[in-house]
Design a protein around this ligand. Structure first.
Ligand SMILES: Cc1cc2nc3c(=O)[nH]c(=O)nc-3n(C[C@H](O)[C@H](O)[C@H](O)COP(=O)(O)O)c2cc1C
Ligand SMILES: Nc1ncnc2c1ncn2[C@@H]1O[C@H](COP(=O)(O)OP(=O)(O)OP(=O)(O)O)[C@@H](O)[C@H]1O
Ligand SMILES: [Mg+2]
Length: 373
């Protein structure tokens, strides 16, 4: 086949223009030579090199499977193998890796090129990096799940509250009718009533967490909202680590464009990461202060493993995780940053291996809020 390279003077003016166009195209384009053994790449445009981080010298003459790695789905590789053996075209999303090891989702379109005699001479591959779209999709699915859970919790809460009514009111009535000396029985009834109250509070917390309040309509009172959120955080941590909350701000400090549910999601994600990093012992400290600009500054501090700079640099990337397969999706901090930015805020991290980690979240004052991204 013709090697489609701009610098090749042997090809005619039309082809030269065509290859120049492909070269500057914003989508990645590769061509594999099907007349040679193992379908080596004979061409890759600039966009492909930019996306993957490889140089032309690294890849020309090699089969494109060098992009695959540890978590690439073998089913997807088999599907490509079968399509190529059959000379058919194929569209597929496959997890690939850049030269520096970063994973990315590649939406790949493979098409066979037949010569005038009907012989398969080449394959053309068109690649799109769809990592951000897939992350957005996962977040949307997650949001829908929370929303469905919210609807279900709403229905359940109503019924549960009805069922709890007798347990909330009867113990007192029965207690009043007991003879003076029935101290133990009264204590038992008080325990019963307290349990019913706890159950009612739990239902209320669940509702606050799952309710999809429209962020931005009402400002959140920072201190109160954090205290409320910490109830859910503590339940989620289930005693793995303790949580302490410190603040010296006035109760008037507000966070705008952030819903109670989003604040809870932020704190749950940060606290779960902290618990993982601390090997489930110690405390997560949450500190709320007023920032010099009048906004809110929230710090979430742990005394866990800390992170080396190369990990810190990537923690907000979608799908970046250092946890074993099945334990971390690598989405927690991506979601956190998204929620913080939606509120016009910014998140940063200070960490050192062995010295723990502090996340700093700055929410601007009510008047200065411009959502980012
Ligand atoms: C033109 C062309 C482009 C390709 N691009 C990619 C790619 O971007 N990512 C990838 O994982 N595989 C890509 N492949 C598929 C692999 O090269 C290879 O065909 C696949 O891994 C199945 O074959 P194997 O089972 O022998 O590895 C491409 C194949 C061709 C022919
Ligand atoms: N407090 C922390 N201490 C040390 N490392 C952390 C801390 N928080 C995050 N990390 C690092 O950042 C990575 C990304 O965190 P992120 O919450 O986005 O994903 P994850 O926890 O791996 O998975 P999940 O999607 O389940 O949250 C973690 O895998 C971990 O390496
Ligand atoms: Mg996490």
């Amino acid at each position: 086949m013709l090697p489609l390279r701009v610098e090749d003077q042997a090809i005619g003016p039309d082809l030269l223009q065509l290859s120049a166009a492909i070269e500057v195209s914003s989508v990645s384009v590769t061509i594999a030579d099907m007349t040679a053994n193992d379908a080596p790449l004979s061409f890759a445009n600039e966009a492909f090199l930019k996306t993957t981080g490889y140089s032309r010298d690294d890849i020309i003459g090699r089969n494109c499977r060098f992009l695959q790695g540890e978590d690439t789905d073998p089913e997807a590789v088999r599907a490509m193998h079968n399509a190529i053996c059959a000379g058919e075209s194929l569209k597929i999303d496959i997890l690939n890796y850049r030269k520096d090891g970063t994973p990315f989702w590649n939406n790949l379109h493979l098409s066979p090129v037949y010569d005038a005699r009907g012989v398969l001479s080449a394959y053309i591959g068109v690649q799109h990096d769809v990592t951000d779209e897939r992350a957005a999709q996962e977040m949307e699915t997650h949001r829908q799940r929370i929303e469905a859970l919210g609807r279900m919790a709403g229905g359940l809460a109503h019924e549960l509250n009805n069922m709890l009514q007798p347990m909330l009111t009867l113990p007192q009535l029965v207690s009043d009718s007991l003879p003076e000396g029935a101290v133990e029985a009264r204590e038992d009834l008080a325990v019963l009533e307290q349990s019913a109250r706890d159950a009612r509070d739990l239902v209320a917390d669940m509702l606050a967490y799952t309710r999809v309040s429209k962020s931005g309509e009402e400002a959140l009172p920072a201190q109160q909202a954090i205290e409320q959120a910490l109830k859910i955080v503590e339940r989620t941590l289930a005693g793995r680590v303790g949580v302490r909350f410190y603040t010296n701000t006035s109760e008037a400090l507000k966070i705008t464009r952030l819903s109670q549910g989003s604040l809870q999601q932020i704190l749950v994600n940060l606290a779960l990461n902290a618990a993982d990093a601390m090997g489930s012992k110690g405390h997560v400290d949450i500190v709320l202060e007023q920032h010099a600009d009048g906004g809110a500054l929230m710090r979430v501090r742990d005394t866990g493993s800390g992170m080396p700079p190369e990990v810190q640099a990537r923690i907000f990337e979608p799908f970046f995780t250092t946890k074993p397969i099945g334990e971390g999706a690598g989405l927690g901090l991506h979601v956190v940053r998204d929620l913080v930015r939606h509120a016009g805020g910014e998140i940063s991290v200070i960490s050192e291996p062995g010295q723990g980690t502090t996340f700093l979240i700055h929410f601007p004052p009510a008047t200065a809020v411009e959502p980012k991204e």
